[in-house]
Design a protein around this ligand. Sequence first.
Ligand code: PLP
Length: 397
Amino acid sequence: MFEKDAQGDHLHPDTLAIRAGHQRTHEQEHSEPIFPTSSFVYESAAEAAAKFSGESPGNVYSRFTNPSVQTFEARLAAMEGAEACVATSSGMAAIMSTVLGLLEAGDEIVASRSLFGSTVSLFAKYFGKFGVVTHFVELSDLESWKAAMTSRTKLLFAETPSNPLSEIADIRALADIAHDHGAWLAIDNCFCTPALLRPIEHGADLVIHSATKYLDGQGRAIGGAVAGRADLVREVHGVVRTCGPSMSPFNAWIFTKGLETLGLRMRAHCDNALALAQWLEAHPGVERVHYSGLTSHPQHALAARQQSGFGAVLGVEVKGGREGAWSVIDATQLLSITGNLGDLKTTITHPATTTHGRLSDEQRDTAGITEGLIRIAVGLEHLEDIKRDLSRGLDAL
Ligand SMILES: *Cc1c(COP(=O)(O)O)cnc(C)c1O
């Protein structure tokens, strides 16, 4: 849908973000409409029967499909370069529906250790109960991925860059490992979005989104999506329409409008984040900054090759351990002290006692979550105001 213009030339993702997916109705509306309806009506009993059986295409019930949701799905698919996309009620619902749709008891997942906390619980605790076993490995250690593969491995799963230390997954290498074993690779593209990274171009089979983060970008709604190969997305959609974690039409409309400015916002987030990272790296109160945009980052070259920007989440180790970190956080007046990210508003959090607080000391050590580590998800306030807010605590260390 609109991936090529009338001359057959490929359209830029920034253009697709504004144009793809909208099927104009007979009202000739210019902006994308919302269809807040639970069901759809038919001209005749015969038409109803054909729609219900799937013999003729069209909407039946909004748990199955809804035009506002389809606009969002088609737009995101076009931006990711995916054959198909299904929207879900949250990012977690996207991951859950993927595993329910594609795996069965006895199958195995190999996943990065550096995953969103709820994703770790979903795999280890909930899917473990149903006989799907997950092996967790080091994100950037390809040998440990290979060593974890068995004849039962069906799915490889990673986030890149990782949260909060900005480790980078080599997507092409992971895709090769997956495909050599007849498995699929799914990449959670929450941190980069298709504005900076299109995992399918690097060999991934599926891309997972928490639309809650940058796709909306303004902290207004919870949603998710799975994009990728049509045959795989069809199975995931089967789960969504049967089990019910469908996206609401209203939220789909918010995310569709969010996508329109995604490229602009992500470039602005990246510019602010890089400038802030460079400033922090030179600050005497800071021991280390983890950000793949810095040349000091061990995987800077891979990030530069794979992504068109470095994202906006910084891991900042300050002097003075937990006390130092908390004093910097508590001295802020502008930044929001919250675990959320992907917002215009800059957020600041202490991972060791919040997002990673439930890990054991040993697990935190292996994950590199030190007591002095602060995570900053850089927003779009003016850079000088963000710096001044952080200086208050940093200068006192
Ligand atoms: C937030 C997040 C999720 C979960 O998304 P929800 O919309 O909160 O369900 C999954 N992966 C990553 C990387 C996230 O940051």
